[in-house]
Design a protein around this ligand. Structure first.
Ligand code: DQA
Length: 149
């Protein structure tokens, strides 16, 4: 069975490309989705790519991942710094979770330095722009290869 990678994006990431390009670049979320799909395909993985501006919707999708995903990539956006609910939902998962941020949250305003998600993530990638999503795909491919070796 082909492994499915669930890629979740939090609030305002639907506006990538228009939103603060100095911070987030000119790549749109649709561009990122295409790049992630093609990289995952090279590794024989399916991608379920989603974005929501609603915390509860993200929580429900994370819960669904318990039975449908082999791994979760999540850019929780602003919920990174506020959401115990997203953190708790991720903690319940048995599959690996990679937290991704386009910007280096540690080099920005102090309120962005703390992530509720990092403590329950398998790994964290920040500050490498859209490339961070592709690194997350590569990380899952490596984890998958280790598991099946
Ligand atoms: C972000 C960083 C968050 O602090 C911010 O609220 C976002 C995007 C990033 O990808 O760099 O919306 O998660």
């Amino acid at each position: 069975m082909t492994a499915t990678l669930l890629v979740l994006n939090g609030p305002n990431l639907n506006l990538l490309g228009h939103r603060d390009p100095a911070q987030y670049g000119s790549t749109t979320l649709v561009d990122i989705e295409k790049a992630v799909r093609s990289r995952a395909e090279q590794h024989g993985m399916d991608v379920d790519f989603r974005q929501s501006n609603y915390e509860g919707e993200l929580v429900s999708w994370i819960q669904e991942a318990r039975t449908s995903a082999a791994g979760v990539v999540i850019n929780p956006a602003a919920y990174t710094h506020t959401s115990v609910a997203i953190r708790d939902a991720l903690e319940i998962l048995d599959c690996p979770v990679v937290e991704v941020h386009l910007s280096n949250i540690h080099a920005r305003e102090e309120f962005r330095h703390h992530s509720y998600v990092s403590a329950v993530a398998t790994g964290v990638i920040a500050g490498l722009g859209a490339h961070g999503y592709l690194l997350a795909v590569a990380a899952f491919a490596a984890l998958k290869a280790t598991k099946s070796a």
